[in-house]
Design a protein around this ligand. Sequence first.
Ligand code: PLP
Ligand code: COI
Length: 343
Amino acid sequence: MAKKDIDWGSLPFGYMETDYRYVSNFKNGAWDNGELTKDANITLNECACVFQYAQTVFEGLKAYTTKDGRTVVFRPDLNADRLRDSALRLKMPEFPKERFLEAVDMVVKANADWVPPYGSGATLYLRPFMFGSNSVIGVKPADEYQFRILTTPVGPYFKGGAKPITIRVTDFDRAAPHGTGNIKAGLNYAMSLYAIVDAHEKGFDENMYLDATTRTKVEETGGANFLFVTKDGKVVTPKSDSILPSITRRSLVQVARDILGLEVEEREVFVDELPDFAECGLCGTAAVISPVGKIVNHDKEILLPAGMENMGPVTKKLYDTLTGIQMGTIDGPEGWVHEIKID
Ligand code: PLP
Ligand code: COI
């Protein structure tokens, strides 16, 4: 095994074609056996359901090299569960959990040379996805599907460093037309593209979406959930059934409560209470936990000194513990880290 000759430390969060991807097709009511392929391209009919009605769902997880040189993935079972929920919501067949876990193992093993080394700051991002592949013109689900996992080595999603992460409260809604905000479906993300381009053009890194009904409660950003820290060190995270149930956020809540002994509140978070928080972090597979330095709510600016130059103390503890578990320097709860044997 020889790692690829890549400047791992300067990788962006981008797509780079790796050697293998996993593919399985669903036809006549059943999934085939699945295989690895070197072909990164997909040829589909012009009328495939994914093109006409955006029948597509996806997941995101990472493979890491631990300090002692093992290759691991973080809680892939939860990605399998969420992919199933997303698929069922879009009337797609379930890709069985054991098959999902086997596919993750196969694709990471086949691309072992692309898993960035320990300490490089980079990881191998896995993008499992599924789409309706046969032609459909009346509005209905496809009969045939493809499940794939592509991999790409990535650096940090938010650059951070000199310039603090700045977000704005947005008036755009992120939800797709039929309110599917809590699943990872392509259309949800397409519906957020206008808002993210608008935010970037105005100098913001992300949008803070509010609940669509009352527009008073904090939901999430386009690619991460929120974690706040109160001035007395309590961790607060929005409870909403229209945000993506982030695996990172659920893990951080458990880390905060059970490992760090912090008080955690999962509850409605109102925009009006934003000035009361001492720290704000964006959490997700891509974001890990990235500290926010400034939140702009229309004509009001909320500065979070804790997210300016360095992470705030609680965010830092959460970050160090989570990444320590992922990189094998801290023992986490049973089953969080799944080792992939590379021979
Ligand atoms: N919210 C949105 C909209 C996302 O796209 C993501 C990333 O997948 C998350 C939250 C974080 O979820 P997770 O921690 O499972 O990656
Ligand atoms: C992830 O964190 O895995 C996501 O899918 C978020 C996306 C913004 C890249």
